[in-house]
Design a protein around this ligand. Structure first.
Ligand code: FE2
Length: 201
């Protein structure tokens, strides 16, 4: 009997499930279960496109052991119009990022109560302080990034690190020479309408 290899997006879902099952929070476990269930869904028509160079560049720096799984999935990733999805996003922020909702209410695959996907930030970009009701966990998959909550000084974080933001905590993300790529998840109140930029003096 001929064996067919799993679709690259199914492999990505299982890979992300493995990452989030190791997070050690109920939201991470819920996300992992949703990803595993979605990995067996029929794929239907999927985008096939040339991967953004910035995503490949991010994966090539401080590379994650799962880099090949991500690279194989990239041509099938749908990048969303972040400014359209999130009314609270500052107009000049959208050009500094690529956002994918792989699974969620408006994702490539539907799930009613979690959002999870990939995120890429361009080099030399300051994604400023913002808040949202959802709790959030980024898992760094490549590149270089600096993170801070509240008014703290941004600190360099590395591939493989888990960055957790409780509901409504102000957080910001900076890049210097390199871009970065991460997995992200939202749990709890996951409405995009709750997302807001924090006005700073
Ligand atoms: Fe966030």
């Amino acid at each position: 009997m001929q064996q067919t290899s799993p679709h690259p997006l199914s492999s990505l879902k299982l890979f992300l499930a493995g990452l989030y099952s190791g997070e050690g929070r109920p939201g991470g476990r819920d996300t992992a279960q949703a990803l595993i269930a979605a990995a067996t869904e029929p794929s239907g028509p999927l985008p096939v496109d040339t991967p953004p160079q910035v995503a490949l560049d991010a994966l090539a720096t401080d590379a994650h052991p799962g880099r090949e799984v991500i690279e194989r999935a990239l041509p099938h990733i749908a990048w969303t119009d972040a400014s359209g999805a999130m009314p609270g996003l500052k107009p000049d922020w959208a050009s500094g990022m690529l956002v994918n909702e792989l699974l969620g209410p408006s994702g490539q695959f539907h799930h009613p109560s979690v959002r999870v996907g990939l995120f890429v930030q361009m080099p030399g970009f300051h994604y400023g302080l913002r808040t949202h009701p959802a709790e959030e966990t980024y898992i760094l998959l490549g590149g270089g990034s600096f993170w801070a909550t509240n008014g703290d000084a941004p600190a360099r974080r590395h591939t493989g690190e888990i960055i957790f933001h409780p509901s409504m905590i102000p957080h910001q993300t900076l890049t210097r020479d390199a871009p970065f790529i991460a997995a992200w998840r939202w749990s709890g109140d996951i409405a995009y309408e709750g997302y807001a930029a924090v006005e700073t003096a």
